[in-house]
Design a protein around this ligand. Structure first.
Ligand code: GAR
Length: 190
């Protein structure tokens, strides 16, 4: 059994989608959600799904081993970021080499880096009149959106699309592909 932990800072719709995808899976277990935002909707989703949810603050994350200890205590093998907006500290990356992955709502290296998250990305894509956008699933390193790319999928941006419409298309791609890509990676982990 591979245990995964999902980090999210906001709504957590990807976290929920991943948990539902692996619900009946005998080899993969979504054992834990973690968030830096006590009032994020992902906390409600965790309750509904009956998945424990750990809340941590900046000090826990960057100045102590508290978060790492929680992962170890829960026997977490693999870390999934889904709408998690903080850089991951080195102690975690060293403990989970090539076992921390993120999803980004654009075709990296375009529209990546600090401040490029969620709707900011879709607004920039529309402002620049891009003809396509998409998703990138990548390994996480110490820089925003710079780790090796694992998978990308594209969608069309129509000239009449507003950022909300682009967000909807991108979310659909995320829900479709993130769990499947994770499944492939996870089964090669153990
Ligand atoms: C997702 O679109 C994800 O790709 C994006 O935040 C959204 C979270 O939605 N992540 C980033 O922008 C990371 N730079 P969700 O909370 O509903 O899953």
């Amino acid at each position: 059994m591979v245990n995964i932990a999902v980090f999210a800072s906001g709504s957590g719709s990807n976290a929920e989608n991943i948990a539902c995808y692996f619900k009946e899976n005998k080899q993969v277990n979504v054992s834990l959600f973690l968030t830096n935002k006590p009032d994020a909707f992902v906390v409600e989703r965790a309750k509904k799904l009956d998945i424990p949810c750990e809340i941590f603050n900046k000090k826990d994350f960057y100045e102590t081993n508290n978060v790492l200890n929680v992962l170890k205590h829960n026997k977490v093998d693999f870390v999934v970021l889904a709408g998690f907006l903080w850089l991951v500290p080195e102690n975690l990356l060293e403990a989970y080499p090539r076992r921390v992955v993120n999803i980004h709502p654009a075709l990296l290296p375009a529209y990546g880096g600090k401040g490029m998250f969620g709707d900011n990305v879709h607004r920039a894509v529309v402002e620049n009149k891009e003809k396509q956008t998409g998703i990138t699933i990548h390994y996480v390193n110490t820089e925003y959106d710079k780790g090796d790319i694992i998978f990308q999928a594209k969608c069309v941006v129509e000239p009449t699309d507003i950022p909300e419409m682009v967000a909807e298309k991108v979310h659909k791609l995320e829900y479709l592909h993130y769990p499947e890509v994770l499944e492939r990676l996870l089964l090669s982990v153990k």
